[in-house]
Design a protein around this ligand. Sequence first.
Ligand code: HEM
Ligand code: MG
Length: 331
Amino acid sequence: PPPPPPGPSNHTCVKLVNDAAHPFMTLQDGDIRGPCPGLNTLASHGYLPRNGIATPAQIINAVQDGFSMDNGFAILLAYATILVDGNPLTNLMSIGGKSPLTGMDPPQPAIVGGLDTHAVFEGDTSMTRADSFFGDNHSFNQTLFDQFANFSNQFGDGNYNLTAAEEYRFFRIQQSIAENPQFSFISPRFFTAYFESAFPLVFFVDGRQADGQLSMENATSFFRDMQFPDDFHRADGSKTADLVNNAATAIFSAHPMQPGGNNGTVNSYTFDPNSANLTEGCKLYTDFVNNVVVPLYPTPQGALKVNLNANLGFLFSAFPNCTQVFPYGQR
Ligand code: HEM
Ligand code: MG
């Protein structure tokens, strides 16, 4: 079975991460990148395998070392995604599109499509990536980044800050309602949209600055170029969990939304009472297991079942106040 996740880092200090041991390198033939500017950057600097194929443990170590993400968030994201986007038989996942490098697939309906796969984890109303309905849900989109920059100019004096994040998050939701007939904004995407809007405020600002004001120069470096700015220092790892939680809550509270979606036509946004809302973290966990993981693996056997159960257990460790669910039994 897969090994347990790495624990919290012993060293959480602000420090240089764009260092000699982790040089930026341009993409080689076959290297994969995807919808996450954080993981893309880590791969381009060798904190992750540069080809973009990684294990959950490699991802957890990389986000802790390179960005000071806390252990709980790292475990949650790494195991949620390996369960729906990765290969449970080889413990490998693509940080972008589907790849033969993750090994022989388990039986369908498993997808093993990498982080680009729409609607299992990746979702609509991203800040710098288009909705899947428009064709490309993972590549950097200059038009959307220009909008991001406009909001940063208008609300953050040229920086992406909390006010810009609050306004741009709400604007992107309104934009998807008005333009994407298939817009879906339910759990888990309902959660990840607010948290990902908070990430740049905490992780993309130099740890010596740590004022929640992200310049467009540095934003371009991460979102478009997948590169740490020169001399970039990571954030103080003892603070990132609280900072992210507080910012995500503020971004939601500035313009509260109900989870829901359009009904096949634009401007038909309808509340979905079955989706977890932002205060229902245990429902997020339970529904993710029962409604997203299990449909991909309805009746796993043998090593597949053993490995899925291990990964489900590791995912649950990120939800210490919830009750564990066992879709495949307890052993
Ligand atoms: C978006 C995965 C860590 C920053 C995403 C998306 C995925 C993902 C699948 C696409 C969601 C969407 O927009 O539809 C992961 C995983 C991580 C991780 C598995 C493992 C721990 C990080 C870290 C950072 C980060 C450490 C920051 C340093 C972002 C941002 C977005 C994003 C800012 C939003 C991009 C946009 O809206 O244009 N991530 N991520 N992520 N991620 Fe990550
Ligand atoms: Mg998206």
